[in-house]
Design a protein around this ligand. Sequence first.
Ligand code: CUA
Length: 350
Amino acid sequence: MLLPRVEPKRSAHGWTSRVALVGWGVLLAGNVAAAAEDLSVFSPATRPASSIRDLFFLVLGIAGVILLIVEGLIFYCAYRFRQRRGEKSEPPQIYGSTPIEVAWTVAPLLTVFVLFLVVVRSVTEVRGESPPADSLRVIAIGHQWWWEFVYPDLGIRTANELYIPCREEGSTPTIALELQSADVIHSFWVPRLGGKTDHIPGRTNRMWFDAPERGAYHGQCAEYCGTQHANMKLLVVAESAEEFRLWHEQERREANHEAAVDAGRERFLALNCINCHTIRGTAAAGTVGPDLTHLMARRTLAAGACVNDHEHLTQWLADPDAIKPGSEMPNLHLSRQDVDLIVAYLSTLH
Ligand code: CUA
C-alpha cells in the first residue's frame, strides 16, 4: 500500500531549530563524554585498573598490527594479481604450500602464546597476593536491585554508597571486598577501581584494591539481573582518614529521634515498612530492603534511580514504580497524609 507523501514543513525559523539541534547534540555528547570518563576503564585510579587498561592497549596494538598485515596483503594481492587487459585464461591454480601452512600456523601460535603470558602477568597483578591483614573489610551484597554494604569491623550497614578512606601521604589503606548475593548473580563494577567481579548466590568472591585518590567513583551492576539491572548503580566515595572517621562514627549512631516528627515515626512503625527496613533505635528491624537508619546521608534513592530529596522521597513512597518500575519496594497505597508524615520523619534520619 502506498502511503501519501508528507511534504516536510518549511519553517521560517528553520535555522533556529537547526542551531537548537546542534546545541542539543553538543550537550548530549558532552554529557556522554563526562559520564564516559567517570565510568571509563581508560582513567584508572588503582593498580588493578591500570593493569587492565594496559592489557587492553597491548591487545589492541597486537590486533591492529595483525589487521594491517592481513588487509595489506589482501589489497596487495588484489592489485598485483588483478586481471589485465587481454588476459582470457585462468592463472595457474596452486594447491597447498608447506612454507605458507607453517607460517600461518606458527605466527598465530606465537601471538596467542605472548598474549597468554601477558594475561597471566596481569591476572597475578590484579589478583596476586592476599589483601593485607589490616585491610578495611566490606561485605558487599547484591540485591535485586540495590547494593548492601556491611562493615563487619565497624558495625555499619548501609546501601548503594560505599564509603572508603582514600590514599593519603604516608598511608595507602587496602579495601577488601567480600562479594555475596541475596538472590541472583550480579557483578560489582567500578571501572576506575578494578575489573568486574561477580556476586554468586551461595559463595563469596573477593576483590581488593589500594585506596584511590579522594573523590567519587561511579559503578554499575555488570551482570544482567532482571528488569532493573540498568538501575543498579553504585557510588564509591573515597574520603580522607578524618572524614571517613567522622562518617563511620555518625553511621554507628542510632537513628535520630525528633519529637516533632513522632506522628510520622508512629505511622512508619505501624505499617509494613518495618517488615523490610531497619531503623536502629526503633522496632523496625527488617532486612529485606536497605537500612534506613541514616537514610538522609545518601545522595540517591533506589540505587541511583533518582536524587534523594524531599520531592523524590515523596514520589518513591507514593508510587515506587513511577521511579523504578518492577522494584521490590511495594506500593502500599498510602494516603497523601501518611506519605507526608512518613517523609517528614524519614527526612530527619541524618
Ligand atoms: Cu544486579 Cu545487574
